[in-house]
Design a protein around this ligand. Sequence first.
Ligand code: F6P
Length: 342
Amino acid sequence: MRIGVLTGGGDCPGLNAVLRAVVRTSVIEYGSEVIGFRNGWRGLLDDEATPLDIGKVDKLLTRGGTTLGTMRAAPQALHDGLGRTRQVLDDHGIDVLIPIGGEGTLTAAAWLSDEGVPVVGVPKTIDNDIDCTDLTFGFDTAVSIATDMIDRLHTTAESHQRVLLVEVMGRHAGWIAMHAGMAAGAHLILMPEQPFDVEEICQLISARFDRGDTHVIAVISEGATPKPGTMELRDGGIDEFGHRRFTGVAQQLGWELEARSGKEVRTTVLGHVQRGGTPTSFDRVLATRFGMHAAHAAHRGDFGNMVALHGTEIALVPLKEAVARLKTVPPDRIAELSAFTG
Ligand code: F6P
């Protein structure tokens, strides 16, 4: 059999571990060949094919990023995306394609599957917002990095009796903010799921300093928004993929809080450091299991599905269901936070 593989969307620690597992499983267990396509869907349409053998993926387990390169592009939106995809896959004799990616990549995979192209998807995102899987690899690494950074901010905030705001990734879901915030003992966690009220935040700041606390640490998802009418947030408009462009919610909130609370406020934006470097051991294992099970599903002919983590088991779920909605933080998890923050 010939297996095609590509990585799409933003990079994520663990992508290389998936590639390694897809190649090792396909070659060792089935005697198959694996062809990688560089630079996501764009690269597939441009026929940027590169054969992957065991030697090429040998040292990839611990390496961050993706050796195939990646790009944000949707074949549905590219000229003759379907015809060109079919042609390139035919030219290389590909029996099944394994796209590894987030919401955009998997939506494209579901569309191709509907059009009769054999695909098995692998979910990836540090944001952990893909539905129908308990976790995605990359999330644990991002949370560990963010936690470490927030731990460090406590001491400098205490020393200066300051309010420190930390912006983490998460366009649509607050999973990174919630987990890193809980792990690092943040006093306030703001997420896209629950619009914030600036006056309530000022009250929390005053209450903490009034009772003798030395500092405030707030963790803010990049996708958090104020309650309508409480603060004017400068908007960056919509990008070519229909996503809101962010203009630094934490920075804007920081200026507002400093003006209203009279306290010194500083803002740290963690940005792409959360996606860089080697994956945690948890993510290496999850990525390896995803890659291995995707290769098994491809060889069994279980097309149109995505590998997923259910509890401790790897399951297969229909791609269509997985991309129907994003997985945001549910209200009961948000409610739990009152015991940890404040
Ligand atoms: O991978 C998802 C994500 O990390 C989002 O949280 C973030 O908004 C986005 O990627 C940033 O993407 P880019 O690297 O294209 O700027």
